[in-house]
Design a protein around this ligand. Structure first.
Ligand code: AMP
Ligand code: MG
Length: 302
């Protein structure tokens, strides 16, 4: 549906607020510490797809608006073992992506990272988080869901897992839309090939070019919910990945100085808050999931 009335808008905002509350409560119960977001840094996620860089003149130095806090999460784990953050990201996505209804140029991801965790650990955590949020919304916001005509199903864990190669065989590439439209509960895609992901996703030591990572795909055609995985954390492996992925090490030199000092083994993920709100509320377009949306390419937004 599209949001057209103030009552519908209030219902969506109430759902979004409950999502943020329930997710934070779940993670605190799981022993996580919430850290405050970083907005500007000399280092941010290089991402695997092209976005226009948001650069700021920071006392004469080129700082970037955060595309994700991936490096800061890893560095934060030197201090605390389980962290999460509601992290605003600016990704000036290509304008043609606006038509897909699931991209904003400014969005918030709930970004988390766990020291000494494996992918299986964070898959279970992701399932617990999604189920807890959907249950909380169902219990605490039934009137808002009814106002939006949304009949939200609560999935049960564990969610089905599909290997990337199998999904690609079945649906072709890219397969997110077709896979998402074919399922009625969230599904994990695991084992992405190195060529489609960032250098910090850990390569399986036993299977070259296969990564120990994952995406969660929403049902009903809503597409990707979250991305994450185990991380590369040892300097020689990171340098090797940078070289093989064609990323100049100067681009992440501030991060490498921390890796030299030691960042712990970890796994984690980031889940987009507006995409989760869109799914929970059953919205056609992501710009209806928040106030002040920045649609890629549209410079009228405030
Ligand atoms: P990524 O690690 O790049 O997959 O980002 C983590 C999560 O943030 C994704 O799975 C989405 O839920 C969300 N996300 C990423 N890019 C955008 C965007 N341009 N607009 C809205 N949400 C996004
Ligand atoms: Mg992703």
């Amino acid at each position: 549906m599209r949001v057209t009335t103030e009552t519908e808008r209030i219902a969506v905002l109430t759902l979004s607020s409950e999502i943020v509350r329930a997710a934070g409560a779940f993670l605190r119960d799981e022993g996580f510490l919430e850290i405050l977001p970083v907005l500007l840094s000399p280092i941010t996620d290089p991402l695997h797809h092209e976005t226009y860089a948001g650069s700021v003149d920071f006392y004469g130095a080129p700082y970037q608006l955060m595309k994700s806090m991936i490096f800061h999460k890893q560095i934060a784990l030197r201090t605390v073992p389980r962290i999460f953050c509601f992290s605003p990201n600016v990704r000036m996505e290509p304008p043609e992506r606006a038509a897909l209804g699931r991209y904003l140029a400014e969005f918030v991801q709930l970004d988390l990272e766990v020291r000494d965790a494996s992918r299986d650990d964070v898959l279970a955590l992701g399932e617990g988080l999604v189920v807890a949020v959907l249950k909380a919304v169902g219990e605490r916001c039934p009137d808002e869901l009814a106002r939006l005509g949304r009949n939200l199903k609560i999935p049960s864990a564990p969610f089905v897992r599909i290997r990337y190669a199998d999904a690609a065989d079945r649906f072709g590439e890219p397969f997110d839309d077709a896979l998402s439209a074919s399922i009625d509960a969230p599904v994990w895609v695991i084992d992405f090939p190195r060529r489609v992901r960032e250098f910090y996703d850990r390569e399986d030591p036993g299977r070259p070019d296969v990564l120990l990572d994952m995406d969660l795909i929403y049902p009903e055609g809503y597409g990707e919910a979250l991305s994450g995985g185990e991380r590369e954390h040892e300097l020689p492996r990171i340098l090797d990945r940078l070289r093989r992925d064609g990323i100049p090490r100067e681009r992440v030199s501030a991060y490498l100085t921390y890796v030299e000092k030691g960042v712990p083994r970890s796994a984690g993920f980031g889940i987009g808050v507006e995409r989760l709100t869109r799914y929970v509320a059953g919205l056609d377009r992501i710009e209806d999931a928040r106030l002040f949306p920045k649609i890629p390419g549209d410079t009228r937004a405030i």
